[in-house]
Each structure stands twice: as structure tokens, then as C-alpha cells.
Design a protein around this ligand. Structure first.
Ligand code: TPP
Ligand code: MG
Length: 387
């Protein structure tokens, strides 16, 4: 029998711990406490005015861990692009340039399965978040190379279209913005649990700026904020100022996408998503507000799109602020890391990703018969001819 996605439950992903060192967990706790002490506005101001002061507000170990994960995520994305360019994959899309937002988000998630934990309705740029949650690189490579060993889709979907039920990471869809409507559903279930005094997580949704033109986004704002029925939903937008080749500036009459939440009484924020410290504080405070008040927050993160839209636009390095370069400079200037630190990390993760790609190359593709697996809910091996 060839491996199928049904093997996912016993797959490596569910067993992996999010981070190698247990002490990082306590560093995150300390970081969350620090975040609670300062308001989002203060953190934004501090980050702009005196960057190194805001750096010192988080445990050093956590700061360096964030840089490490940002590099790991970028190296993985660059590996995926190489895999595509050497003809071992049909398509690439991913998150290089969104690491300073995605990594803090992954670190702050209440990870687990079921409504007592957070749900993640991600879009196709979620690699940094999954890396921070502990996804091994090889899982992402199996997905892009369409191998039957791919625990997310059994080799049936695109790069970055993750799905990890063990972590409440619901399947990433290709139609943009539909996740904003679906996220209301898990958030409603969590609201019901909260009202019943049962343990409950919150729901987190991510997506791009251009997608907010879709009705799904408006529906999300409406359903998230009904008076007396507000849901614990973290509505985030990653604004890279592009929708494939359409510029943000030509399309949006509103100054900030986040401003649209104000009409619904939703707490809003605009954050420099290229700054992992500012992002960490903003996400931490937003999540705390949502958990405490069972109300939504809409936060817009300004990010970069460093390899264009996808392989459809060439997947070549483009102009734009690189959050890793910026963070590395800051940590070197502050003597948190030595000048060669990132170079060494890069080499380590590059070797890991190359070895993973070599392993995956030898793995089988899905069998013809497996096309019918997992197609209909409650009907494994569903055959449309019988319907
Ligand atoms: C419903 C729908 N319409 C159009 C597309 C084609 N499409 C794919 S990505 C994209 C642009 C999305 O831009 P944005 O929301 O800003 O996200 P980004 O890719 O910049 O992260 C479009 C129009 C699609 N996938 N789904
Ligand atoms: Mg965009």
C-alpha cells in the first residue's frame, strides 16, 4: 500500500514539539508579560523612536529565537523556489518578506487540537507561522513536490497550502478571502464555549490587502461584531501593497484597511509587520484583549513581498525592505549576536533543507486510486458516481 494522507495522525508533525529548547517557552511567557505592561501604541512609538529600547523589553533568548526562526523560514522558502525552478514542482507561492509578522504569531498561538485551542485560518503565505509552531521543513517540501507522504494534502495541493488538524490549522484554500467567512464559524463555536464557561481558544485569520475587496471580508466584519454576540476573532491583514500586479495605492480610498473595522466598533491597529518586536507586542496584546473580552480585533501588518506574487510572476528577488536584514543589523548593533551569526544559521538551514529535498525526491507520488480519498466529509473513498 502506498502512503496516503490518512497516515497523517501518526506522522511526524503531530509528535514534534514546537521548539527544541523547553526554556524558550518560559521566554515567551516572560515576553507575553512584558507585552501586557505596555500598550500597543506605546510599543509602536518606542519601536519607531528608539528601537533598541523596545528590543530590551523582551527576553534576549526569545529575540534571538525569533531571528533564528525568521531565517529558517526564509531559507525554506528559497529552497521551495529552487525546487520549483529545477522542475521538481509545478508552482510556488509563499511568505518571504512576512517573517517578522508570521514568526511572532506562531510563537503566541495556543497550539493544539479542538476549540479549547486557537484555530488558524491561514492563507498561502503562512510558512513563517508554521515554522515558529514547529513544522519540520520536510513537510513543506513534500507538499510542494506533491508527494504522497505530504501529511497536509497527500500530494494534492500547492505549496504553502498547509493543513494540520493536530494544530487547528484548517486547510488553506486557493480562492482568496473565503477564510474570513469560515473563521467566523470557529470563532462562534468558541464564543458558545466561553458563554458555557468551557475552556476555549480564539480564532486567527490571515490574508492579503487586495483580498479585502471581496465581500467575504465585509461579511467577516459584520458577523464578528454583532452587538452582544461578538466573537473571539483575530482578523489580520498582511498588507504588501500588491494584489498580484495591482497596486494598493490605485485601489483603496481608505487610508488604512484597519480603519474599516472602526465602523463596526472593532478595536483596530496598524503595525509595522517588518519589525518582529513591534509585531510581537501588537499580537500579544491583541490576543490578550480577545481572550479576555471575547471580542474581535482587526490589525493590519505592513509587510514586504520579496519574491513577487508567486512563480507565476517569476519568483525572483524584488526590491523591498527585508525584515531579516533589518533585524540582523539591529541585533548586531546591540551586540545580541555576532556579525557572522545569520550567515552561519543560513548555512545550517540551507544544508537541512537540501537534505530534506533529496529525501523527498525519492518518495512516491500519489497513486491514481487515491484521488477519491478524503473527498467527501464522512465518506472516505467517496465515489461521485454513487451520488
Ligand atoms: C476569489 C479569487 N479571486 C481571484 C483570485 C486570483 N488571485 C490569487 S492571489 C490574488 C491577489 C491577492 O492579493 P492580496 O490579497 O493582496 O494577497 P497577496 O498575494 O498580496 O499576499 C488574486 C487576485 C483568487 N485566487 N481567488
Ligand atoms: Mg497583497
Amino acid at each position: 500500500m502506498s502512503p496516503t494522507p490518512s497516515k497523517r495522525v501518526s506522522g511526524s508533525v503531530s509528535r514534534k514539539k514546537p521548539m527544541g529548547k523547553g526554556s524558550t517557552k518560559s521566554a515567551i511567557k516572560a515576553g507575553t508579560k512584558a507585552a501586557a505592561k505596555i500598550s500597543a501604541k506605546t510599543s509602536a512609538k518606542t519601536a519607531k523612536g528608539a528601537k533598541d529600547r523596545s528590543l530590551g523589553l523582551l527576553p534576549k533568548q526569545l529575540v534571538i529565537q525569533m531571528l533564528d526562526m525568521m531565517v529558517k523560514s526564509r531559507v525554506l522558502e528559497e529552497r521551495l523556489i529552487k525546487v520549483y525552478k529545477t522542475g521538481d514542482a509545478f508552482f510556488w507561492i509563499g511568505g518571504p518578506g512576512e517573517e517578522a509578522f508570521g514568526v511572532p504569531l506562531g510563537l503566541l498561538v495556543n497550539k493544539g487540537q479542538g476549540p479549547a485551542h486557537d484555530y488558524l485560518h491561514l492563507h498561502y503565505r503562512g510558512t513563517p507561522t508554521l515554522i515558529a509552531m514547529g513544522m519540520p521543513m520536510i513537510e513543506s517540501i513534500r507538499l510542494i513536490m506533491n508527494r504522497s507522504t505530504d501529511v497536509c494534502t497527500g500530494g494534492r495541493n500547492f505549496a504553502n497550502h498547509y493543513c494540520f488538524p493536530e494544530w487547528n490549522v484548517v486547510p488553506v484554500g486557493s480562492p482568496i478571502e473565503v477564510q474570513y467567512g469560515m473563521a467566523v464559524g470557529t470563532a462562534m463555536a468558541q464564543r458558545r464555549r466561553k458563554m458555557n464557561k468551557e475552556a476555549s481558544g480564539v480564532t486567527i485569520v490571515t490574508g492579503g490587502d487586495a483580498g479585502t475587496a471581496e465581500g467575504d471580508f465585509a461579511s467577516c466584519l459584520i458577523w464578528a461584531s454583532r452587538p452582544g454576540k461578538e466573537v473571539p476573532l483575530y482578523i489580520t491583514v498582511q498588507n504588501n501593497k500588491w494584489g498580484i500586479s495591482t497596486s494598493f495605492d490605485d485601489q483603496h480610498g481608505e487610508k488604512h484597511i484597519a480603519d474599516r473595522g472602526k465602523a463596526f466598533g472593532i478595536r483596530t491597529n496598524v503595525v509595522n509587520g517588518n519589525d518582529p518586536i513591534e509585531s510581537y507586542f501588537a499580537i500579544s496584546q491583541d490576543l490578550e484583549y480577545i481572550r479576555k473580552n471575547t471580542k474581535p480585533v482587526l490589525t493590519e501588518f505592513m509587510v514586504s513581498r520579496l519574491y513577487g506574487h508567486s512563480s507565476a510572476s517569476g519568483a525572483n528577488r524584488e526590491a523591498g525592505d527585508c525584515p531579516i536584514d533589518l533585524f540582523e543589523k539591529r541585533l548586531v548593533d546591540s551586540k545580541y549576536v555576532a556579525p557572522g551569526f545569520v550567515k552561519e544559521l543560513w548555512a545550517k538551514y540551507d544544508a537541512e533543507s537540501r537534505e530534506a529535498a533529496e529525501i523527498v525526491r525519492k518518495e512516491p507520488v500519489p497513486t491514481r486510486e487515491s484521488i477519491w480519498e478524503h473527498v467527501y466529509v464522512g465518506s472516505e473513498n467517496g465515489d461521485w458516481r454513487k451520488f
